[in-house]
Write a protein that binds this ligand. Structure first.
Ligand SMILES: Cc1cc2nc3c(=O)[nH]c(=O)nc-3n(C[C@H](O)[C@H](O)[C@H](O)COP(=O)(O)OP(=O)(O)OC[C@H]3O[C@@H](n4cnc5c(N)ncnc54)[C@H](O)[C@@H]3O)c2cc1C
Length: 384
């Protein structure tokens, strides 16, 4: 029997939700994983191929530090759970623009990792999955949470809920009473152009400047309507857009970026376009205002206001340790363009926090992704 308190509903079954469900189950939790879609990895995590790579900067930043930790965490998960050639392959990426150099990387189909995490968790008997389950409201009930659909029907009840619905997290978290200003999440649509890799690869390895050119990616697990060997160029970056249509103007943007990066690749791209062989994939990323994930326990608006109103709290600046939190409500979202690099590491840290264990991260790094940070900033601006 699992401890009844160690029972969580995880809403959203992309990289974030699957990583979290997997770690929680491995720690002994019982998890109900829900998604509005007809299966896992149907949102941004349906990406046919993405790059696992570090964000390199001259001086360390929270993102560069986290991607370095995240690279190791995801790589270990891939090696343990996904056969090379059936969802990922190791490579190096040649950075042509800022921070030039050659960096260790991997090409990964996120859906393969999501499927592996879910299968491993299901193997314990402690994970249930539910598809076609769009969550609309989070209601505090009987000391726990009830996740409801648009008709107010319960989809799940548990003492703990983690919202991992990328941009869909915004409306769901707001339904629990969190002010929208504390959740500055934005959709960033992107389209990747790709085609069947017919001849020898056009370059020795992936090249990156304004976009990433993958000259050759082989994956026996790509969906049957896709070729098993592809090249890709992407992706576009449309702030505020939420559609997933494949558009010619986006293909042309990718072609222009490839022309600057690798002219021979651009010739092959143009030929595929002329011959009607060009394929595309589009999805929507979720980014926060400061481009860092939101990972951790959510702040409690009413309790925070009450604390601020105390006479002895006049110059109080809440931080990670003394921010009142909504009991049992957590999130992991806003992975931006780096879900492959960040999901596993963030999920591991979040599961530690949910388990009341010591979070294995430098305190300033953990504070940098604290979902309460926008509430702190708003409070500071108001008192300035
Ligand atoms: C064009 C493009 C290229 C990219 N390239 C890379 C790359 O090279 N490297 C990289 O690391 N990353 C890349 N990314 C980003 C990466 O795909 C994302 O960071 C990652 O997939 C996000 O995972 P997620 O689980 O947070 O979100 P998603 O995969 O979008 O999953 C969210 C899930 O939540 C569900 N959901 C939302 N709201 C609700 C609700 N209310 N109720 C129930 N279910 C809900 C959705 O149906 C969805 O399945 C790219 C993204 C795009 C669009």
């Amino acid at each position: 029997m699992t401890d009844p308190v160690r029972h969580a509903t995880v809403v959203g079954a992309g990289l974030a939700g699957a990583a979290l469900a997997h770690v929680l189950v491995a720690r002994g939790w019982r998890v109900d994983l829900l998604d509005a879609a007809n299966g896992p990895a149907r949102g941004a995590s349906a990406l046919p191929v993405g790059m696992l790579s570090p964000h390199v900067t001259r001086a360390p930043t929270p993102l560069s530090r986290m991607t370095s930790l995240g690279m190791a965490a995801t790589r270990a998960e891939l090696e343990a759970r996904v056969p090379a050639g059936a969802g990922w392959q190791a490579c190096e990426v040649h950075n042509r623009g800022h921070d030039p150099g050659v960096w260790p990387a991997a090409l990964v189909r996120p859906g393969a990792l999501v499927a592996a995490w879910i299968a491993a968790a299901q193997g314990t008997g402690r994970l249930t999955t539910r598809w076609h389950a769009p969550a609309t409201r989070l209601v505090r009930q009987d000391g726990g949470w009830c996740v409801q659909d648009a008709q107010g029907q319960p989809l799940a009840r548990s003492p703990v809920v983690a919202v991992t619905g990328a941009i869909g997290s915004l409306a769901l978290l707001a339904s629990s009473g969190l002010p929208a200003a504390w959740l500055p999440l934005r959709p960033v649509q992107g389209q990747m152009s790709l085609g069947e890799q017919l001849g020898p690869p056009l370059a020795g390895g992936p090249q990156r400047d304004n976009g990433v050119f993958v000259p050759d990616y082989a994956d026996s697990g790509l969906p049957p309507d896709w070729p098993a060997r592809i090249w890709s160029m992407g992706s576009t970056y449309e702030r505020g857009a939420t559609h997933t249509d494949i558009r010619n103007d986006a293909h042309h943007k990718n072609l222009q970026s490839l022309r600057a990066l690798h002219p021979a690749g651009a010739d092959a791209f143009e030929q595929a376009m002329t011959e009607g062989r060009l394929l595309g994939w589009a999805g929507v990323r979720c980014a926060s205002l400061d481009r860092l994930p939101l990972c951790g326990a959510l702040p409690d608006p009413a309790a925070l206001e009450a604390e601020k109103a105390r006479p002895d709290r006049r110059r109080w600046r809440p931080g990670p340790a003394d921010t009142p939190r909504l009991p049992g409500l957590f999130t992991l979202c806003a992975l931006g363009s780096r879900g492959l690099t960040l999901a596993a590491w963030c999920a591991q840290r979040l599961a530690e926090q949910m388990d009341n264990a010591a979070v294995q991260a430098e305190p300033d790094l953990w504070a940098a992704v604290d979902p309460a940070r926008f509430a702190w900033r708003q409070g500071r601006r108001a008192s300035a």
